[in-house]
Design a protein around this ligand. Structure first.
Ligand code: PGA
Length: 262
């Protein structure tokens, strides 16, 4: 049996729960949601709370959350600082809207935009250069899991996507373990699968960087997180938060995930 409450007594790392709104919400819809979240989650001090709207809503959302405990994240950025890169957004442009976090290497971008570990590592370095905290996503596909390659894949992604980061930068980086087969499918990894992957990732971090860094880095779980499974997932010793897709699009479901996590 897991400890009931407080479930994070033994964790030094502060939980971080982020809503990845993906390509959803017009400005009006985004404002509606974020005003509700600001009200509903105002008393929460125990968890770092991040909302990641589409680029088009960053400006308006940033004004609403200015005086709140909600922080702003973007869903992607360019590895370049400026120039002839049609359709791209640079770190400095995100900073104009007080963006603090940026999701990098989400599996949808790895799949549809063919983003590689090398590209993600360059983006992570560019994010740190602009004092943005990257949320670097990794995770295996179903075929990789079923053929027993989960750890190999995770190790390759961790080494590749974080290549070149200093220990100080690594400590300011968040990892999101998102098994691809659990994203948007309603299939959540079991708590044992999540814990075992997180512990493995931490072990790899200790090898690449050092034990102290590995102990400090926060590793979120992502993939069909909902109010009903949040508590059990967050109670795992190496799970330090959640990256929430579908369930972050509604006030009630996201607020309940946060409340069930503390
Ligand atoms: P999901 O998405 O919660 O809808 O599974 C998670 C993510 O893609 O970050």
């Amino acid at each position: 049996m897991q400890e009931e409450s407080p479930i994070h007594m033994n964790k030094d790392r502060k939980l971080i729960i982020a809503g990845n709104w993906k390509m959803n919400k017009t400005v009006a819809e985004a404002l509606d949601l974020v005003n509700g979240l600001k009200r509903e989650l105002a008393p929460i001090k125990e968890v770092d709370l991040v909302v990641c709207p589409p680029f088009t809503a960053l400006s308006e959302v940033s004004k609403v959350i200015l005086d709140s405990n909600l922080r702003l994240g973007a869903q992607n950025m360019s590895e370049h600082n400026f120039g002839a890169f049609t359709g791209e957004i640079a770190a400095a442009m995100l900073k104009e809207f007080s963006v603090r976090f940026v999701i990098l290497g989400h599996s949808e971008r790895r799949q549809y935009q063919k983003e590689s570990d090398e590209l993600i590592a360059r983006k992570a370095l560019a994010a740190h250069a602009a004092a943005l905290k990257p949320i670097v996503c990794i995770g295996e596909t179903l075929a990789e899991r079923e053929s027993g390659r989960t750890e190999k894949v995770l190790e390759t992604q961790v080494r590749g996507s974080l290549a070149g980061l200093s220990t100080a930068q690594m400590e300011e980086t968040i990892l999101a373990y998102e098994p691809v087969w659990a994203i948007g499918t309603g299939k959540t990894a079991t708590t044992e699968q999540a814990q075992s992957a997180h512990a493995f990732i931490r072990k790899v971090l200790a090898t690449i960087f050092n034990e102290t860094v590995a102990k400090r880095v926060r590793i979120q779980y992502g993939g069909s997180v909902k109010a009903a499974n949040a508590r059990e997932l967050m109670s795992q010793p190496d799970v330090d938060g959640a990256l929430v897709g579908g369930a972050s699009l509604e006030l009630r479901s996201f607020s309940d995930i946060v409340k069930n996590s503390i």
